[in-house]
Every structure is written in structure tokens, then in C-alpha cells.
Design a protein around this ligand. Structure first.
Ligand SMILES: [Zn+2]
Ligand SMILES: [Zn+2]
Length: 244
């Protein structure tokens, strides 16, 4: 018996039942965000998501005057508050980061993060992408260029990346997602992800994109593992299913 398209879609939605927001910013850790940690939890619980990765900005200009320990502690405070707000909510909160080195305005998404890794990243912010990737082993993490086709970005050397964020659905930027997807396809099918880049209330972009997985990752390293296997789907607008 041949399945209809809607039957296939239904099967995929059941198989890949866990929805994960891969790109979300809280305030005050990301000064550009107006979403407090508890609002992040309320928003994604209401949308029926299973997990949200907190990918706040991680760059030297946000850490002026702070020691490494202070900078990372301040970075982690929002994540910890989001975890606290999510207790008993059924929403899994995972730690990520959106990193910017001092060399340019490129952003990089890190999945598979903890305090130690963030402290190492902090040390390499002045050195730049190439030195960081050549000197630091990130066996249990995934390191992607965020929205590489957005204005102001420079395409990073793919040999320094595990992949790219192809489907960045921030409504205030043109991330040229079709160009990003095409580029990923033409360059060896590295890891690709979709994310809402959620920052702002009342703009309707919460839950604009998701990754769907068969299992709910227990922490951000487990999420990185899922990305490495390639066994996941992407979703746009809560309706369109995209195979990575
Ligand atoms: Zn931002
Ligand atoms: Zn972002």
C-alpha cells in the first residue's frame, strides 16, 4: 500500500515527536532580547515545545570589566534562571551559546556547552575562529556558523565548522535561507539547523522554526549527539517539515 503525503507526514511527526527551539535569547544576558527567562519558559510551554536551547550572545563587548569567571557566571545566570523557571513545566532547557570573536561580526552557534567549555571560549575570543578551532577539541559539541548569509557576515571556512544554521527565521533580518540551504547542499551536507532566533515579544516569531528529534536530549551534549547522527527533522512555522 502506498502512503499518501499526509500519512507520511503524520508518521514523521509521530516518529520525530520532540520539538526543540535551537536559537533563543533571554534578557538580560542578551541585551538585544526583551524576553525574561520565565517568559521564555511560558512562551515555549504554551507552544507545546519539549525543549529550548538558550543561545545568548557570548562576545567580549558584553563582558567588559569582568574577569573570565565573572563573565561566564553572568552568562550562565540567565540559563540557570530559565532552568529554575522550567522546573515542573515539562520543558527541557539546554545550554548553548551564540559566539562572536573579536575578528569580525560573524556569529557561531555552539551546542554541547558547559561552564568549562565557555571559559575556554572566553579565552579565545580575541584570537578568532581559526585559532580556536585549531587548538580546542570540541568532541562532544557541535559548532556552526549562525545565519551565514545575513548582511555583515563573512562566510567562514567550512573546514573550521561542523556545519551552518541554514534556516534562521528571525523576522527582522534577511538571512537568505534558500542561499544558505543551497550552499550547505553544495558543500558536503554538513550539519544544518533551523532556529527562530527568538528575541522579542509581540512579533509572532516565537516557534517560527524547530528541530524535531526522536528522543528528548537530556542535556546539550545529547543534543549535539543527535545533530551529529543526522537523525532529525527541521520544521518551519509549525507546519512545514524539512529534511536536513
Ligand atoms: Zn541578539
Ligand atoms: Zn541569535
Amino acid at each position: 500500500m502506498t502512503l499518501t503525503q499526509s500519512e507520511i507526514k503524520q508518521q514523521l511527526l509521530v516518529q520525530y515527536r520532540y520539538r526543540i527551539e535551537m536559537h533563543a535569547h533571554t534578557s538580560p544576558a542578551s541585551p538585544c532580547s526583551q524576553i525574561l527567562p520565565e517568559e521564555m519558559v511560558q512562551t515555549y510551554s504554551r507552544l507545546g515545545y519539549d525543549a529550548v536551547v538558550i543561545t545568548n550572545h557570548f562576545s567580549s563587548d558584553l563582558f567588559e570589566g569582568l574577569s573570565k569567571k565573572e563573565a561566564v557566571a553572568r552568562y550562565l545566570k540567565d540559563y540557570e534562571e530559565t532552568c529554575g523557571a522550567a522546573e515542573n513545566s515539562g520543558l527541557q532547557v539546554l545550554l548553548g551559546a551564540e559566539i562572536r570573536f573579536e575578528e569580525n561580526r560573524n556569529d557561531y552557534l555552539l551546542y554541547g556547552a558547559d561552564r568549562e567549555i565557555l571559559e575556554t571560549v572566553y579565552d579565545y575570543l580575541p584570537a578568532g575562529l581559526a585559532v580556536f578551532r585549531q587548538e580546542v577539541e570540541l568532541d562532544r559539541s557541535v559548532f556552526l556558523q549562525a545565519h551565514p548569509f545575513r548582511d555583515g557576515m563573512e562566510l567562514a571556512d567550512l573546514s573550521l565548522l561542523d556545519g551552518i544554521e541554514t534556516l534562521n527565521l528571525h523576522p527582522g533580518h534577511n538571512s537568505r535561507i534558500a542561499l544558505a540551504a543551497k550552499y550547505a547542499g553544495e558543500n558536503g551536507r554538513k550539519i544544518t539547523v533551523a532556529g527562530s532566533d527568538f528575541h522579542h515579544p509581540n512579533r509572532g516569531h516565537e516557534g517560527a522554526a524547530a528541530v524535531r528529534a526522536k528522543i528528548l536530549p537530556k542535556d546539550s551534549f545529547a543534543l549535539a549527539e543527535i545533530l551529529k547522527t543526522g537523525d532529525y527533522l527541521m520544521e518551519i512555522g509549525g507546519t512545514h517539515i524539512v529534511l536536513p
